[in-house]
Design a protein around this ligand. Structure first.
Ligand code: PEP
Ligand code: MN
Length: 337
């Protein structure tokens, strides 16, 4: 249920409604827009049929939210959400590009990549320290050592970071060393992990599960918002289909679909979607043309020797070319990089 307030409703009136909703055993979530304030109500909403809130001063209308996700929906909040990652605004006019290696391997390599991707226009550095690998024998990431490298490089190169969290037990470490928490495709429905990052003050990038529908994905985002963290960026990274030419199939239509259903920003990961470096640039351009708010791209100075995902990693020189191409599309879309 959402309670739409009249324009110019006073704080006193808003607080009165909030108190009333709480007394009914429901959870109010306030969203202050430019035009008007909306209060989302979570819980057994049936009670509102007996206790009509329309009678309270300041209330314009009370409406049911038809989608199963509430706080994530456009019905709850009409304006686009802008997520701030240490000063970088995702979901605003500028397209933002996150770039870096799949895994953090060592300090020298990460610093070199960070400087080059920043120079080419990337504004957030990516790099995994906890790696979700299909094989238990494959490189699992450097763990805390990797996070420390990420933090040091972030300070040296002057660029904020995003890194994956796989386990609730590591949340303090990831919060301490990184600016944004990534929830990977394989953990999209790890509901306890979602609740935990929902309690965090750090922004979260939630990747789409490779076998999840858009609705399931938005329900997962709802877990994070329902726990109190509204700073969520969605990331489409390809889904499983019968097609074998690419690693996954990028669901490009997910971008406009999500834009219609939700106020949250959405970015695209072309690297994991296609799995081949030669396809990353054209798919990046298509993503921006479809309305995405940004990209997350894997870049490595020596893809042949990369400890993970070398085949889909761009050399810095090719990343620079990608940035030029993406810049042109962004401009055509009335945006900039
Ligand atoms: C990654 O970003 O390195 C990664 C493992 O991505 P995904 O969760 O989309 O597979
Ligand atoms: Mn990877």
């Amino acid at each position: 249920m959402i309670i739409v307030l009249k324009p110019h409703t006073t704080d006193k009136q808003i607080n009165h409604i909030i108190e009333k909703v709480k007394k009914l055993g429901l959870k109010p979530m306030v969203s202050k827009g430019i035009e008007r304030t909306i209060i989302g109500v979570i819980g057994e909403e049936d009670i509102l049929r007996v206790q009509p809130l329309e009678v309270f001063p300041g209330v314009e209308k009370v409406m049911p939210v038809l989608a199963p996700y509430k706080l994530v929906s456009r019905e709850f909040k009409q304006e686009n959400t802008i997520v701030d990652v240490s000063g970088i605004k995702i979901g605003a006019k500028n397209i933002i590009v996150m770039a870096g290696p799949c895994s953090i391997e060592n300090h020298t390599m990460l610093l070199k990549i960070a400087k080059q991707v920043k120079k080419a226009g990337a504004t957030i550095l990516r790099g995994g320290a906890f790696k979700p690998r299909t094989s238990p024998y494959a490189f699992q990431g450097l763990g805390e050592k990797g996070l420390k490298i990420l933090h040091d490089v972030s300070k040296e190169a002057g660029i904020p970071t995003v890194t994956e969290l796989m386990d609730i037990r590591d949340i303090d470490l990831v919060e301490r060393y990184s600016d944004m928490i990534q929830i990977g495709a394989r953990n999209m429905q790890n509901f306890n992990l979602l609740k935990e990052v929902g309690l965090s003050k750090k922004p979260v990038m939630l990747k789409r599960g490779m076998m999840s529908t858009i609705e399931e994905w938005l329900m997962s985002a709802e877990y994070i918002l329902a726990s109190g963290n509204f700073n969520v960026v969605l990331c489409e990274r390809g889904i499983r289909t019968f097609e074998k030419a690419t690693r996954f199939t990028l669901d490009i239509s997910a971008v406009p679909v999500v834009k219609k259903l939700s106020h949250l920003p959405i970015i695209v990961d072309p690297s994991h979607a296609v799995g081949k470096w030669g396809l990353v640039a054209p798919v990046s351009s298509a993503s921006i043309a479809s309305g995405a708010d940004g990209l997350i791209v894997e870049v490595h100075t020596d893809p042949e020797e990369a400890l993970s995902d070398g085949a889909q990693s761009l050399l810095p020189a090719n990343f620079k070319i990608l940035m030029t191409e993406v810049g042109k599309i962004a401009k055509a879309m009335g945006r900039s990089v």
